[in-house]
Design a protein around this ligand. Structure first.
Ligand code: R2B
Ligand code: URA
Length: 309
């Protein structure tokens, strides 16, 4: 048994950083990260990804390419932004871009899509022997009682019953995992927003649902079985429980990062105030500017951590 400088058993010490929580992985001769089209035998993952310190995930492939190009400029890295290529271009499930110590990956919409991506991402970080990585989800959301364009940094990710937990069915049984996020990273992000002072930012709870329409209490889906008053009552209850925005991935993102000892934050811009309506009727150029706001916050955070500002 090796001991570290604190006298703790080395095996325990490594476990803190190891990220994956699966005893079967070490006995596998090869691990194929199928949805990334990467593998431990076909790719030198430590050489390709070993220097990653920040991982940014978001729903859309285009937005995550834009983010990679933006961070390339912000970090003043050499080379042309048009040369940043999709590492997963052989598969059309997810897109992945690496810019210096920053990895930018798309995750699609909803819990099942992001959870598949996260399994493979966390294994990727493990195989690549990455250390001290911070994960950010940058996304869009519906606001509750906030002006559209407000950025919400998630305090707790909650489910549709406002519980800070994520339920996963495993072998026919429900496993419940906590969805608490890193408080210090959230505070630092709020500080970044104060320094940028370009848009309103709040810390609040984020509700994660399994549907955009009925699941988020919208009256404009193909199906709707409730009244306007019932919808507003639900949103009011959510607001009372500290919920400030609604999206579709935060609980599983928070839960998986927490189990795997990864520092994580969720930063979503609100596209509309759900007390005012359901349809997203804001002009396209305004929406594009809104979506750049979480990117600016995270870029500022990364630059501070790299000592660039
Ligand atoms: C936010 O936006 C998407 C739905 O439009 C979904 O992925 C989410 O969480
Ligand atoms: N994304 C969501 O999940 N809900 C919204 O209302 C807007 C974006």
């Amino acid at each position: 048994i090796l001991l570290n400088c604190l006298g703790t058993e080395h095996s325990e010490y490594i476990e803190q950083e190891q990220y994956v929580k699966n005893p079967h992985l070490d006995s596998m001769e090869e691990d194929i990260l199928y949805h990334f089209n990467l593998g431990t035998k076909t790719h030198n993952l430590p050489a390709m990804f070993g220097d990653i310190k920040f991982v940014c995930v978001g729903g859309s492939a285009n937005r995550m390419r834009t983010f990679a190009q933006f961070i390339h400029q912000e970090l003043e890295l050499p080379g042309n932004v048009d040369d940043i290529r999709d590492i997963c271009e052989e598969t059309d499930r997810y897109s992945m871009y690496k810019v210096g110590p920053v990895l930018s990956i798309s995750h699609g919409m909803g819990v099942p899509s992001i959870s598949i991506m996260l399994h493979e991402l966390i294994k990727l970080l493990y195989h690549a022997r990455c250390r001290d990585v911070v994960l950010f989800r940058i996304g869009t959301s519906g606001g509750i009682g906030l002006a559209p364009g407000t950025v919400v940094i998630t305090d707790k990710a909650v489910d549709s019953f406002f519980r800070p937990q994520f339920e996963q069915v495993v072998l026919g049984k429900v496993i419940i995992r906590s969805t608490e996020l890193d408080e210090e990273v959230a505070r630092e992000l709020l500080q970044c927003s104060a320094e940028l002072s370009g848009f309103p930012t709040v810390i609040g709870n984020t509700m994660c649902t399994h549907d955009f329409y009925e699941g988020q209490g919208r009256l404009d889906g193909a199906l709707c079985s409730f009244s306007t008053e019932e919808k507003l009552e639900y949103l009011r209850k959510a607001h009372e429980a500290g919920v400030r925005n609604i999206e579709m991935e935060s609980t599983v993102f928070a839960a998986m990062c927490r189990v795997c000892n990864l520092k994580a934050a969720v930063i979503c811009v609100t596209l509309l105030n759900r007390f005012e309506g359901d349809q997203i009727s804001t002009p396209h150029d305004v929406l594009v500017e809104y979506q750049s706001r979480p990117q600016c916050l995270v870029a500022h955070f990364i630059k501070k951590h790299l000592g660039l500002i």
